[in-house]
Design a protein around this ligand. Structure first.
Ligand SMILES: Nc1ncnc2c1ncn2[C@@H]1O[C@H](COP(=O)(O)OP(=O)(O)OP(=O)(O)O)[C@@H](O)[C@H]1O
Ligand SMILES: [Mg+2]
Length: 145
């Protein structure tokens, strides 16, 4: 599925579509967000969080690596936002409680820079690929497993 994002409404629509396609599985729903610096991975995750009723400001987890939001009355109980950019090796993901989080079907886990934790993720994950078109425009391709 392809989207061109030029304004917040486009992002909102794409985020809603994304959520419509996510269904709880036997384990956590894991989503890799691919794309260069500034491609829009955090912006998209913030929009998803808002749609899921998260009130607090969803900051970029770049410096804290992981944020867990408790959800109320949604198909998932938790939204987990991970930014793997600063991890030095894939195994560091384990220090974030990865094993338990990934096994819990109530979790929707969105990971920026999934390339940094290659080998730690299941073979099949949902993929969101963002690319720069120009200053205000991004292309997004979603692939669901
Ligand atoms: N259509 C768009 N979609 C998303 N962001 C956009 C768009 N147009 C402009 N922007 C701007 O691009 C930047 C995207 O930043 P964001 O933090 O979401 O990127 P990121 O992919 O998470 O980067 P990083 O890899 O550094 O974490 C923001 O400053 C945002 O305002
Ligand atoms: Mg980011």
């Amino acid at each position: 599925m392809n989207f061109r994002l030029t304004n917040p409404t486009d992002i909102e629509k794409a985020a809603q579509e994304f959520l419509d396609h996510c269904q709880p599985l036997a384990q956590a729903t894991i989503v890799g967000l691919f794309g260069d610096l500034g491609a829009g991975k955090t912006t998209f995750t913030q929009t998803v969080a808002r749609i899921l009723g998260v009130n607090e400001t969803v900051t970029s987890p770049t410096f804290i690596l992981e944020k867990i939001y408790k959800l109320e009355g949604q198909k998932y109980e938790r939204l987990i936002h991970i930014d793997a950019y600063r991890l030095e090796k894939p195994e560091e993901l384990l220090t974030l409680g990865w094993k338990e989080l990934a096994e819990d079907s109530h979790n929707l886990i969105m990971i920026e820079w999934p390339e940094k934790v290659a080998g730690m993720l299941p073979d099949q994950i949902h993929e969101l690929r963002f690319s720069h078109v120009d200053d205000t425009t991004r292309d997004l391709t979603m692939t669901f497993v």
